[in-house]
Design a protein around this ligand. Structure first.
Ligand SMILES: Nc1nc2c(c(=O)[nH]1)N[C@@H](CN(C=O)c1ccc(C(=O)N[C@@H](CCC(=O)O)C(=O)O)cc1)CN2
Length: 296
């Protein structure tokens, strides 16, 4: 792992730990005062090794927060119809307040059809078109976990972001587009850059906030970063490592070089990744409260 000077480190792992403690305390209150236990169902199809790790962590942390954790693992040859039937059953299950279908799904399953079948009120991934629309119009959306985590880290670090120039690199539905919406909500001037953006180094150089979510190892060069900027690295790229066959993780940003210019930067691992799961728990708590007509 690249060393970042402590004063520049944006420690997502520590922040996520604090957030989970806060969520656990709120879950306890919900249980004690209202007799309600939030429930999260995580559905995984097939045997992708990375998804396996993430699903295990999600279920473990859900239980540790005092929530009901339901893990449904289906074989890789599960039909789309079987998966849709499971989602519909979870939609109707009163013990379940959040439903997450782990991505990627096997190629024979239409992911959009599955995600759009989750009722918006239980869509703790925030991927349903209703939640996408609510986010862009300023309504009560469930917000996708990774951008929500980035936004919490930025707010904690920077406070008021009004008028800052922010660039989001990558225009995915899961990270890039909702991230741009969240930064807009914070009154940033937002550029959503992508593979066709002209002179990306110059666009990044003008930014006070850089969110890199391209999925290309160390694509964002350290010298592109403006002095004093804040850098959030969403990339989790697994590279072949040492002779012992161990892989290593790198982000989308050249961390060590970028840290020479940035005022704050997230590491990989230990930055945005842990925030994704903590925000999933937060969304489950939010969904539960809303479904029971309680204040957020
Ligand atoms: N339905 C969804 N599927 C996927 C999502 C999602 O938000 N919803 N996001 C990603 C994967 N992801 C969560 O599912 C995720 C990725 C990484 C981490 C994490 O904590 N990473 C660690 C490193 C762990 C490692 O060694 O691999 C870190 O960055 O420190 C958590 C969740 C795709 N699918």
């Amino acid at each position: 792992m690249t060393t970042i000077p402590p004063e520049k480190l944006i420690d997502g792992k520590a922040f996520a730990e604090g957030l989970r403690k806060q969520i656990a305390a709120e879950v306890q209150v919900l249980r004690d005062q209202h007799g309600i236990q939030p429930g999260l169902a995580v559905v995984m199809v097939g045997e992708d090794p990375a998804s396996d790790v993430y699903v295990r962590s999600k279920c473990k942390q859900t239980g540790e927060c005092g929530m009901l954790s339901v893990e449904r693992r289906l074989p890789a040859d599960t039909s789309e119809n079987e998966l849709l039937l499971l989602v519909e059953a979870l939609n109707k299950d009163p013990a379940i307040h959040g439903i997450l279908v782990q991505l990627p799904l096997p190629r024979h399953i239409n992911a959009d059809r599955v995600l759009n079948t989750i009722v918006p009120e239980k869509d703790v991934d925030g991927f349903h078109p209703v939640n996408v629309g609510l986010l862009s119009t300023g309504g009560q959306a469930l917000v996708p976990c990774t951008p929500l985590g980035c936004s919490l880290l930025l707010k904690d670090r920077l406070g008021d972001m009004s008028g800052m120039n922010a660039v989001v690199i990558g225009r995915s539905n899961i990270v890039g587009k909702p991230m741009a919406q969240l930064l807009l909500k914070e009154n940033c001037t937002v550029t959503l850059a992508h593979s066709r953006t002209r002179d990306l180094p110059a666009v990044v150089k003008a930014a006070d906030i850089v969110v890199a979510a391209v999925g290309i190892p160390e694509m964002v060069k350290g010298e592109w970063i403006k002095d004093g900027a804040t850098v959030i690295d969403v990339g989790i790229n697994r590279l072949p490592g040492s002779a012992e066959g161990k892989s290593r993780l790198v982000g989308d940003v050249e961390t060590a070089e970028a840290a020479k210019h940035a005022a704050g930067i997230t590491p990989v691992p230990g930055g945005v990744g842990p925030m994704t799961i903590a925000c999933l728990l937060r969304n489950t708590l939010t969904a539960c409260k809303r479904l029971h007509g309680l204040e957020d």
